[in-house]
Design a protein around this ligand. Structure first.
Ligand SMILES: [Zn+2]
Length: 417
């Protein structure tokens, strides 16, 4: 495996070794199944495989983690995705009458991708990402993680780096698993301020009536204002360029102020985003308190903060139970990076470029193998590599889920007396 460049896509040989020795099938099973013995959460679950040459195989299902591992090693996919739990085992789909094969349960999932931040980030463009623009993603994680826990009471949240320029959230609480498509749509609508994905051109609309903010946003505002100051003004300098400040001025509902500020900023191109934001606030302070004009402008400032800092969600991913999402610990085919779980409490320290690549992991295995004089092949070899802390994170998460299932089963027995 030596000689593989960290940035080059993984070869079939590399991928096969990765699946055979490193992929944590058991941990994935525990996380999806919520119990040690296989339940419908696993056996009736769809897996979809993308093979070399972009062949796509849907409706696979497995009785055990070993069975899954066996087929993965046989097919050696470039990646695989996890779908919903169906009324029938997905592999038996063809044997049941039409209409009897339905998705019934699935984690509530969210997808945040840098693509939706392209209009506002100034450090990179296209497929590129750096630790600076990752700050948009970490800001989104803070807001969504807190919002989901506080507004909906869900506790079993797993954040997973997508391997390139985004992050996925999987929510495994029983109540979340059982949400209908309509309920999912409602939750996403509640969480959506800025439309990501196909609807990203839509305008910001956060006011319930002309004035008040929904409670979910009111509680986020202080935090977002801090992000706005650090990330948008100081670091990204979003209003530094003419294009940048013109976008800002479009959101100011007062033509006199817009005209004055434009003149001032055109005259002095060195004014930073922080200066310009101060200029705008000063203009508003000059107006008489309580006038409708001043109130409208104050609300516009809040809207601008939301517009630049609020998480941009790809709603389509979350709305449908039967949406497939790349499994954690798959390898991103372009970057070679493993899609590892991320601790939301430490998201600010997370550096995408530090995530292990498959090439790096196999080199680590080579090194330990030589040191130990190993001949025999081991499974769960991830323990000997820098993948370990990430697998541990998933195991801890799965354990909490399994504890809860055990607890609720015991309660059911107790109350049945
Ligand atoms: Zn960047």
């Amino acid at each position: 495996m030596s000689g593989m460049d960290d940035s080059s896509p993984a070869s079939p040989e590399v991928m096969l070794t990765f699946y055979r020795r490193l992929y944590p099938f058991k941990s994935i099973f525990n996380w999806l199944n919520h119990e040690h013995t296989p339940t419908r959460l696993f056996t009736h679950r769809e897996f979809a495989f993308t093979l070399q040459g972009d062949v796509y195989l849907r409706y696979n299902s497995f009785a055990t983690a070993d069975e899954l591992k066996k087929l993965v090693c046989q097919l050696n996919p470039t990646r695989f995705e996890i779908g919903p739990i169906y009324t029938t085992r997905p592999k038996d789909k063809k044997t049941v009458r039409a209409g009897a094969f339905n998705a019934v349960q699935r984690e509530l999932v969210f997808d945040i991708d840098m693509t939706d931040y392209d209009p506002i980030r100034t450090c990179c463009s296209g497929a590129d990402i750096c630790n600076r623009c990752w700050a948009f993603i970490s800001a989104a994680v803070h807001v969504i993680d807190q919002g989901i826990r506080e507004q909906f009471g869900y506790e079993h949240l797993l954040w997973v780096y997508s391997g390139r320029r985004g992050i996925h959230l999987w929510i495994s609480d029983k109540e979340a698993m059982e949400l209908t498509d309509d309920q999912r749509k409602a939750i996403v609508g509640w969480m959506t301020v800025i439309h990501g994905g196909k609807e990203s051109s839509k305008k910001l609309s956060i006011r319930l009536n002309s004035r008040s903010l929904p409670p979910s946003l009111k509680s986020a505002l202080d935090h977002l204002a801090a992000i706005f100051s650090d990330l948008i003004l100081a670091d990204q300098n979003c209003f530094g360029s003419e294009e940048g400040y013109e976008t800002l001025l479009q959101q100011v509902p007062d033509s006199r102020i817009v005209g004055d500020l434009r003149k001032k900023w055109q005259k002095d191109p060195t004014r930073s985003s922080e200066d310009k934001w101060m200029d705008l606030k000063e203009e508003i302070k000059k107006m008489d308190k309580g006038t409708p004009q001043r109130v409208a402008l104050t609300l516009a400032l809040e809207d601008i903060i939301f517009n630049y800092t609020y998480p941009r969600l790809d709603a389509e991913v979350s709305k449908h139970r039967n949406h497939l999402l790349k499994a954690p610990f798959c390898v991103h085919p372009k970057t070679g990076r493993v899609c590892v779980p991320v601790d939301p409490e430490r998201i600010d320290e997370f550096k995408p470029d530090r995530v292990p690549t498959v090439g790096q992991l196999l080199r680590e295995l080579d090194t330990v193998g030589k040191a130990e004089g190993e001949v025999e092949e081991h499974h769960s070899d991830w323990e000997k590599t820098s993948l370990k802390p990430y697998v541990d994170m998933l195991d801890k998460h799965a354990l909490r889920l399994m504890d809860e299932v055990r607890r609720s089963k015991r309660e059911m027995v107790d109350t049945s007396w």
